[in-house]
Write a new protein. Structure first.
Length: 161
């Protein structure tokens, strides 16, 4: 449990009109961090998307020294690139995540990176994307078919064919 979500909510409250109009990535990311720490991920995500769409390379380059230590950093960069419509670069980053050694099978970053790879390839190479989706489904072969993420991936895969 986060120690200060109540404090963050009291201090942050609803976004001010200035935040809604702000285009400064640092302001957007700071506000997103406050929302995320308060457990308001649905409010944080659009702010991160707005910040990353403006300058994805500048914002995400700062974390590169930690790429090998924390696969989540590279996964976040790949996701941001995918969200900004840069499928080829995103696929490259997702491949790098999948290439990291020493992860555990229970870490959700790696199956999610496989799905991200498939989504990134969907923008550039549909034949390879089909294979990436099939690899993702192989990882999730024993999963409950009613899991929303799996349903969404199946719909995307069917759309490819």
């Amino acid at each position: 449990m986060r120690p200060w979500p109540g404090i963050a909510r009291r201090r942050c409250g609803a976004p001010t009109p200035a935040l809604k109009q702000s285009q400064a990535p640092t302001v957007l990311l700071t506000a997103a961090d406050i929302y995320a720490r308060a457990g308001e991920d649905s409010k944080a995500e659009p702010l991160v998307q707005r910040a990353v769409q403006q300058r994805p390379d500048d914002l995400l380059k700062k974390a590169e020294p930690f790429d090998r230590a924390l696969p989540e950093i590279r996964y976040t960069r790949a996701t941001a690139l995918l969200m900004s419509g840069r499928g080829e670069k995103a696929a490259q980053e997702f491949r790098a995540v999948l290439g990291l050694k020493g992860y555990t099978l229970t870490d959700p970053t790696f199956p999610m990176a496989q799905l991200g790879l498939a989504r990134g390839l969907m923008l550039t190479d549909k034949a390879t994307a089909r294979t990436a989706y099939q690899d993702f489904f192989a990882l999730w072969k024993n999963a409950d078919p009613e899991v929303p993420l799996l349903k969404q991936a199946n719909a995307e895969y069917k759309h490819l064919q």
